[in-house]
Ligand binder design. Structure first.
Ligand SMILES: Cc1ncc(COP(=O)(O)O)c(C=O)c1O
Length: 373
């Protein structure tokens, strides 16, 4: 296993997010407080008083896994391994399935774990560009070509971070059929699967092939990033291997965390309705500003988009100016390897977006006026 490459996105978050008041950089929905969650769930702080800090089930509390399984066609609690965020699930999956020299197909740009974890375990990564010359879109044909060329694993994150591109059902089926035919592992990073927009279809919630893993999280559409609850749905032999590694890392989750996760999963529809409404409002506010300002591919799902900045404007300098002068947090494309784009999140709703874009307009004008000086 090689040394870890610095995780540029997470480093940028640690450096700048803490001092900001307005967040238009996140890839999540507005985060819930404990009281908000308890109120939504019809519970009270007293209900948590009986939770005992025991050594919990390393696979995840059975009731929690049963609720997670309800989201997938034909799944039961046995098909789920709960993890510390989906990050742990991704890590364990790569650790168990990849060997030096394996080829892995991912999208470019992508959430850095999806390309770096395979490299960490010695795999050779085939990055398939999402940019097709006109906009961001999944390069389905290229992905299938790489699978046919002998890839051990294909990783798909749809809706996609950071571009918001989203696969249509038949496109996902084409990739799954191709992966199945060639014995390729299909890893679906479902972080944003609950949020799609008009014209896009909700993903098919089942294991699409015998060699399929679905990685989920409460961090995004549930607005529970800090709870650190994720999971993997997959074949039992793989979950068993992942659990074996998990015993050496996090072992199990905190029972209080699992209790809160159960409340959230029981209130899934209420929480998702609320967040979907906020996301739609945020996107509407962003759309009315961005058109005529920046070149972009309107997102079809998820909570972020990835507009292009005017030539000569550095995303990193722009985002640092936003953070330092306006306490507005946005994510520079430089952390995805491209300083000419900026990631804008609209999951916080229309008010955050309105305040964020006001500052962004000011800084953009300044950056355009002073570029090259
Ligand atoms: C595509 C994608 N996958 C996985 C994660 C990890 O999320 P978590 O570990 O909070 O579940 C993120 C976080 O931003 C993400 O964007």
């Amino acid at each position: 296993m090689s040394d870890a490459t610095p995780f540029l996105l997470e480093q940028y978050f640690s450096e700048f997010q803490g001092d900001c008041e307005i967040n238009i950089g996140s890839s999540g929905c507005a985060e819930l407080s404990v009281s908000e969650l308890l109120t939504i769930a019809g519970s009270t702080p007293n209900d948590l008083g009986g939770v005992v800090f025991r050594d919990a089930d390393p696979s995840g509390e059975l009731a929690m896994r049963a609720l997670i399984a309800e989201q997938y066609v034909g799944a039961s609690h046995d098909d789920i391994l709960a993890t510390h965020g989906s990050s742990e699930a991704l890590y364990l999956a790569m650790a168990c399935l990849l060997h030096p020299g394996d080829r892995v197909v991912v999208q470019s740009p992508c959430y850095q774990s999806l390309s770096e974890l395979p490299r960490m375990f010695g795999a050779v990564v085939d990055e398939c560009p999402m940019w097709n010359g006109l906009g961001f879109q999944f390069p389905v044909e290229t992905i299938c070509k790489r699978i046919k060329a002998g890839a051990k694993m294909v990783i798909i994150n749809s809706p996609h971070n950071p571009t918001g591109a989203t696969l249509q059902r038949d496109e996902l089926e084409d990739i799954a059929n191709c992966a199945d035919l060639h014995g390729t592992w299909l890893v679906l990073d479902d972080a944003f699967v609950d949020i799609v927009f008009d014209g896009a279809e909700l993903g098919i919630r089942r294991l699409l092939t015998p060699r399929c893993l679905r990685i989920g999280t409460l961090s995004k559409s549930f607005g529970l990033t800090g709870l650190r609850v994720g999971w993997c749905v997959g074949p039992h032999n793989v979950l068993k291997k992942m659990l074996c590694r998990k015993h050496y890392v996090t072992i199990n989750a905190c029972p209080l965390v699992e209790r809160l996760a159960i409340l959230a999963l029981q209130s899934r529809d209420t929480i998702l309705d609320r967040h979907r409404a906020q996301v739609r409002e945020g996107l509407a506010a962003l759309t009315s500003w961005i058109e005529g300002q920046l070149e972009w591919t309107p997102p079809k799902g998820g909570v972020c988009c990835y507009p292009r900045l005017p030539v000569g404007v550095s995303s990193r300098a722009l985002c640092i100016a936003l953070a330092k002068r306006h306490r507005v947090f946005a994510v520079p494309g430089s952390v995805f390897g491209d300083d000419g784009h900026i990631r804008i999140g609209f999951g916080g709703g229309s008010q955050d977006v309105a305040r964020g874009i006001e500052a962004l307009s000011t800084e953009l004008q300044h950056a355009v006026a002073t570029r090259g000086m």
